[in-house]
Design a protein around this ligand. Structure first.
Ligand code: PHE
Ligand code: FE
Length: 285
């Protein structure tokens, strides 16, 4: 039984947050979390960025099962000043950005059912908490997320939310990072999916291209399949500094005149890490 599927879209409060109501989760819902958690914890060493793996300790709370946001927030607050707050589902962009700008990460509170272990349309508590919270414990990434929230609010004044949204997609959700030991995952959409954790690093079909801010903001993406291109950053410091120190307003103006790039494009100016065969046709499970 799913205790946490909300059908109403009306905000319960001005900032759209609702109580997590941790006590209402059923034993089976906690078991689904444990199953997903165990699977990813076994898969990610050697695949996820060291900062992500270090941040996973944040999720090892007093008891197994779905984390209690109050406890989680207490730990996160001590580490980087972030909190996790529950929302009933997707929230309006401005609400989302406003929370990020104030170091609050909004998380779905429902958990997927057993027959949807591998893929679901709307982010659930496993994606939101397992995927996003570990890096919020990293001081540099924590600052990036807050800066992104402020930048999001600003982008709305320029009608450029769509462009900035691609930056989030290709970093926070589907980013890869170079490390001395090789490519690693840091994007939450990858790290919370067992099949995409393998695909993003090992499959020959997608392109892997060095991160370039303007290039990323021109690039379309897929929401219903694995990515055709993953962008690779050099370090979280580089990502934070580059985005923080760049005034995006002139970029938005330039981008308005440039054509969008298809998700599988490769440009002569790209720093190609690996050129994909684009042969994959399995479809995301
Ligand atoms: N510097 C960006 C701007 O001028 C804001 C931003 C910071 C956006 C970090 C994304 C990430 O809008
Ligand atoms: Fe996400």
């Amino acid at each position: 039984m799913m205790a946490h599927v909300d059908t109403s879209q009306a905000p319960a409060s001005a900032d759209w947050t609702v109580p997590q109501d941790w006590a209402a989760y059923t034993p089976d819902e906690h078991r689904v979390w444990d199953l997903l958690f165990q699977r990813q914890v076994e898969l990610l060493p050697g695949r996820a960025a060291p900062e992500f793996l270090a941040g996973l300790d944040m999720l090892r709370l007093d008891q197994p099962g779905i984390p209690d946001f109050a406890q989680l927030s207490e730990r996160l607050m001590a580490a980087t000043g972030w909190q996790v707050v529950a929302v009933p589902g997707l929230v309006p962009d401005s609400v989302f950005f406003e929370h990020l700008a104030n170091r609050r990460f909004v998380s779905g509170r429902f958990i997927r059912s057993r027959d949807q272990l591998d893929y679901l349309q709307e982010p659930d508590v496993f994606h939101d908490v397992f995927g996003h919270v570990p890096l919020l414990a990293d001081p540099v990434f924590a600052d990036y997320m807050q800066a992104y929230g402020k930048g999001g609010l600003r982008s709305m004044h320029y009608g450029a939310l769509h462009k900035l949204g691609r930056l989030y997609w290709y970093t926070v959700e589907f980013g890869l990072i170079h490390t001395a030991a090789g490519l690693r995952i840091y994007g939450a959409g990858i790290a919370s999916s067992s099949s995409e954790s393998l695909f993003a690093l090992n499959d020959p079909s997608p392109n892997r291209i060095g991160f370039d801010l303007k290039r990323v903001m021109r690039t379309d993406y897929r929401i219903d399949d694995y990515q055709q291109t993953y962008f690779v950053i050099d370090s979280f410091d580089q990502l934070l500094r580059q985005t923080l120190e760049t005034d995006f307003a002139p970029l938005y103006a330039q981008l308005a005149d440039q054509a969008d790039l298809p998700a599988d494009a490769i440009l002569a100016t790209d720093q190609v890490v690996s050129r994909g065969t684009q042969a994959h046709s399995r479809g995301k499970p």
